[in-house]
Design a protein around this ligand. Structure first.
Ligand SMILES: [Zn+2]
Length: 177
């Protein structure tokens, strides 16, 4: 079955009126920031997303993302595969509707629409995948070339662990909530 390519931008309100549902893919090659953050990404990001209105008449869209990235283990420097799976539930908001945002149900993450009432899904989903990356990339202990015994001599202290460059993004996101 051929994979449907998802639109990169979408009007969530119109989509909710049509009760649009998508099951398809986005190309990881379009996600430059994600590519920069990891050693490699599977070609496709598998996406399921459904647009709807809830009982209060609020537009929302929820679904899931799934792909796989290659990361460099910070203990043994070997590459390993890490599946990335993200579930999301967003509600579109017009810029700076701060008060209304405070009234939003907790289950919804607000996401700002642009001047055309659209949401850049590509950027939004790329952000979600970046946020889902582990802060410190490490093999599962049994798969790692550096054994737990050796680790007792060369254990990383928290200061030596390389911070995820996108940790800042995570902080920003937290501040918004
Ligand atoms: Zn390792």
């Amino acid at each position: 079955m051929q994979k449907v390519k998802l639109p990169k931008s979408i009007d969530p309100v119109k989509s909710a009126l049509k009760r649009s549902e998508y099951r398809g893919v986005m190309m990881s090659s379009d996600m430059a920031r994600l590519l920069d953050a990891v050693a490699g990404v599977a070609d496709n990001v598998e996406i399921e997303v459904k647009f709807a209105k809830d009982a209060q008449g609020l537009t929302y869209f929820d679904g899931s993302l799934a792909t796989s990235v290659s990361l460099v283990c910070q203990r043994c420097n070997e590459l390993f595969e890490q599946p990335l799976e993200v579930e999301f539930c967003f509600t579109p908001v017009q810029g700076s509707e701060q008060i209304e945002q405070d009234l939003l149900p907790d289950a919804y993450d607000p996401v700002e629409v642009d001047e055309y009432g659209e949401i850049n899904l590509l950027q939004l989903f790329e952000d979600e995948l970046i946020l889902a990356l582990p802060i410190v990339a490490l093999h599962a202990e049994e798969d790692c070339k550096v054994s737990a015994e050796e680790m007792q001599f060369g254990q990383l202290t928290p200061e030596q662990e390389r911070p995820n460059p996108f940790a800042v993004l995570k902080e920003l996101k937290r501040d918004q909530e």
